[in-house]
Design a protein around this ligand. Structure first.
Ligand code: ADP
Ligand code: MG
Length: 302
């Protein structure tokens, strides 16, 4: 009998599951959250999936920006692409260490570049939330859902994951791969080659690119809510459990999912399914295993 090819899952881990809103930065907190998330991810890997983990970096890159701002008279600040690469190292290392400690499989982090277009309109219209939450609005700050005000920066659309081919080879070799941290380091193609740009790519949209390019079956988006809601945060809120592509597109057009938080997750889901993906599951790390098995969370299919 021919051996069945293992399914591939791309797990997109929200920056806010790793460093919670309203929490002060501390390595102990971050390690604690990463270890919690890794325990849940291990259960998924143990189901037999070929697994890639992508992750957000909003809180982390925000802290680096804050540190740079405070120290700018002594140490010159790094551009946003370099800050993004720093967070890939930070979070990649912590995930690689935590998962490595509990898994029998080898785990590897790939510093990942994501190609964007120089002409992307996002460079003129910033939408991406980074950094600490403030109680009141101020310069460069915008309201982030119902959680407070945050700094907002350009978020160009990811076109291509530069290292997708290498990531696919690592999966085939049996590695658990951590990639596309913070949506990947944004780069543009110039005559002399790739060049970093001042932007933050949405990790959900980048995860879709990667999932599609490596031919993944499932895109699992883990965040700090148990699923996707209609009328989120209102008395009439209702969580969606199973929903089809046409239905989720309808809700999107009706404006249920705000940009910068749930909006890009839904956009990523729609693109992944349109590009041939089988299913998208959106839930919290705690509910992930059950949701993959069909109970809890929000599942979106073609
Ligand atoms: P992550 O770091 O996981 O990407 P985000 O903050 O970008 O987290 O997105 C998750 C947040 O989206 C939730 O914490 C919630 O406050 C917000 N949100 C906005 N609209 C919705 C919705 N319709 N359903 C669920 N959550 C929503
Ligand atoms: Mg997000």
């Amino acid at each position: 009998m021919q051996k069945k090819e293992k399914e591939t899952v791309v797990i997109a881990l929200g920056g806010n599951t790793l460093l919670k809103a309203k929490e002060k930065f501390s390595i102990h907190q971050e390690v604690e959250h990463i270890e919690e998330a890794c325990k849940e991810i291990k259960k998924i890997i143990d189901m037999g999936y070929k697994t890639v983990i992508t992750h957000g970096n909003g809180p982390q890159v925000g802290d680096i920006l804050l540190q740079q701002k405070l120290a700018s008279k002594i140490v010159p600040p790094m551009p946003l692409d370099v800050c993004g690469a720093q967070t890939q190292g930070e979070i990649g290392y912590l995930l690689q260490r935590s998962l490595g400690n509990i898994l029998k499989k080898p785990v590897i982090t790939v510093v990942t570049q994501t190609l964007v277009s120089e002409k992307d309109p996002a460079f003129k219209k910033p939408t991406k939330f980074v950094g600490p939450f403030f109680k009141r609005s101020g310069k460069g700050l915008k309201k982030d859902s119902n959680r407070g005000y945050r700094k907002v920066v350009p978020s160009p659309d990811p076109k291509k994951i530069i290292e997708a081919g290498e990531i696919k080879r690592l999966l085939k070799e049996g590695f658990v791969v951590i990639a596309c941290g913070g949506g990947g380091v944004p780069v543009v193609r110039k005559l002399k080659g790739l060049e970093g740009v001042e932007a933050v790519i949405d990790k959900d949209l980048a995860s879709e690119r990667l999932a599609t390019e490596i031919g993944a079956d499932t895109l699992l988006i883990l965040t700090d809510v148990d699923g996707v809601y209609l009328n989120y945060g209102r008395p009439s809120e209702r969580m969606l459990d199973e929903v089809g592509l046409a239905e989720i597109e309808k809700y999107t057009n009706q404006g249920y999912f705000p940009p910068g938080s749930m909006g890009p997750k839904i956009q990523a889901a729609i693109r992944f399914l349109q590009h041939g993906g089988k299913r998208v599951v959106i839930t919290s790390p705690k509910s992930a295993l059950k949701a993959l098995k069909g109970s809890g969370g929000t599942t979106i299919r073609r």
